[in-house]
Design a protein around this ligand. Structure first.
Ligand code: FAD
Length: 464
């Protein structure tokens, strides 16, 4: 479905002048020549129409914007990047946080502090040589703060839980406009910290996060690419490996259909492939042994496995980083048997005609099933997450893509719980598909307590 947006009421000149006088960074409005590009999120499929953009120069600008918004009854949102864009930010003033790019690491204490503009690739690179990792997902261009507030499914979540559960503290601008730290040792902020750990951007504007870091003295990772004809034995080997995998090993099986497009290497254009991508928190020899059934499962066309530094983990999946019109959605599976394997190859394999660029089965579970700290992100014990990701070259094709995702998820209804991590909801979906009713009710109660006037809006509103 293409996002349809009603034109919002513009901000008057007086309000814009007051906002420009309050901040040192730039304020862009629909009258600016660069507006039509600046207003767009990373996901170009979402034609979002905010009232104005504040390109914050520092945390003081974020606080000044919130105070202006409270005075004038305007809604504000943070959008550092927009991988998770939805229609919810229409009619808000959007704060861009790229300039809040400080990274501070205390390896002895296993803690990092990052500003609200820091991208995953940069935090991980700062950890090279420390023997530690943070909980990065598949893409280095996503921001640490946007991802962690939204739950965050990492390469290392099977060992260390969701990204949100590693948030130790948050520097926020709250709904009174105060810039302050929210810490776990302050009982007055216990509910707010719980909500920030996975509930998204509805409760405060976050200017920095303090994160727990995790042991990773050695990391082994990469991908194996096979011809599409080998997909069935490779999927069988993937299931064999993942059924007995230690929590240090995370593997994903992907059916990939590469477009005939200039950004794809000439020899791969228009090709279908089966791909296994994996990381192992350990040395190369042990990782090799665990992956041996996969290497033996078919002719390997491409092999990038190697010992990697933390800063290279975000590159392993070779995902796009430049802004594109994209659709990403997922559903958790409580099991995956031979019938499921046959169905996956039928609806998404070579010859299926699927318009999806990739259909991926991520092995999850492990530490995701255990509560580390009180967090809205909660726990999930399903062993697999099925996702569909594609680039949508023209908005006219969005209905075709939505129909393909519907077909995929309908086919997998017998194995599916119907739930997904918050970061794997499609752009128009409600938080209710990510979290149980009791969690959403508690998030709404926290929102009513900390932001009674509704000054903040995240991409997944708690009242939707
Ligand atoms: C190619 C691709 C791969 C991905 N891989 C993964 C993956 O492996 N694991 C995973 O979990 N997710 C993954 N995602 C999803 C991604 O992590 C989420 O969409 C994430 O929310 C986007 O981060 P962002 O930096 O682009 O945030 P944005 O989309 O800019 O922001 C998302 C939301 O976070 C909140 N927010 C952000 N910053 C602040 C702030 N400073 N204060 C308050 N609220 C804030 C707001 O609600 C905002 O609407 C992937 C997405 C894509 C497109």
């Amino acid at each position: 479905m293409v996002t349809q947006i009603a034109a919002p009421e513009p901000l008057g000149t007086t309000l814009l002048d007051e906002l420009r006088a309050a901040v040192t960074g730039a304020v862009l409005d629909p009258g600016d020549p660069e507006w039509d590009v600046a207003r767009l999120p990373w996901n170009r499929l979402v034609d979002q129409r905010p009232l104005a953009l504040v390109v914050a120069a520092d945390a003081g600008d974020v606080a000044a914007t919130v105070r202006w918004a409270v005075r004038n009854g305007v809604t504000v949102s943070a959008q550092p990047n927009g991988h998770g864009a939805s229609a919810a930010l229409d009619g808000t003033v959007v704060v861009r946080t790229a300039a809040l790019d400080d990274i501070w690491v205390d390896a002895d204490a296993r803690v990092a502090r990052v500003g609200a503009g820091v991208k995953w690739g940069d935090l991980q690179t700062a950890l090279d040589g420390t023997g530690l990792t943070a909980l990065i997902g598949s893409n280095p261009d996503v921001t640490v703060v946007g991802y962690s507030l939204s739950g965050g499914l990492s390469w290392f979540s099977r060992a260390y839980g969701p990204g949100a559960a590693s948030i130790r503290a948050a520097e926020v601008v709250d709904a009174t406009g105060a810039l302050r730290w929210v810490r776990s040792d302050d009982p007055a902020d216990a509910d707010l910290l719980w909500a920030l750990r996975g509930g998204g951007g509805e409760f405060a504007l976050v200017t920095a996060l303090e994160l727990e870091l995790h042991p990773a003295p050695r990391i082994y990772g990469g991908l194996l690419g096979y011809p599409a004809e080998a997909a069935a034995p490779v999927l069988r080997a993937f299931l064999e490996v993942t059924r007995s995998a230690p929590e240090e090993l995370t593997a994903w099986f992907t059916l990939m259909h590469l477009p005939d497009a200039p950004f794809i290497p000439a020899e791969l254009r228009g090709q279908s492939l089966a791909v296994v991508t994996a990381t192992y928190l350990g040395d190369a020899e042990a990782g090799e042994r665990l992956l041996a059934p996969l290497r033996a499962a078919g002719p390997v066309l491409r092999d990038t496995f190697r010992a990697v530094a933390p800063g290279e983990v975000g590159l392993l999946a070779e995902e796009p980083v430049d802004p594109v019109p994209a659709v990403l959605a997922g559903t958790r599976l409580h099991g995956f048997d031979d019938d499921a394997a046959a169905e996956l190859l039928r609806v998404a394999g070579a010859g299926s005609g699927t318009p999806l660029l990739q259909v991926q089965l991520r092995h999850v579970g492990g530490a995701l099933a255990r509560e580390r700290v009180p967090a809205a992100a909660g726990t999930a014990d399903e062993p697999y997450l099925l996702t569909g990701l594609t680039i949508v070259p023209s908005p006219d094709l969005a209905p075709l893509v939505s129909a393909a995702l519907d077909q995929l998820f309908t086919t997998f209804a017998p194995w599916s719980t119907g739930t997904a991590p918050l970061t794997f909801l499609d752009r128009d979906e409600s938080i209710r598909r990510a979290y149980p009713a009791a969690t959403v009710d508690r998030l709404r109660a926290v929102k009513a307590a900390v932001d009674p006037a509704g000054t903040f809006r995240g991409n997944r509103p708690v009242d939707a």
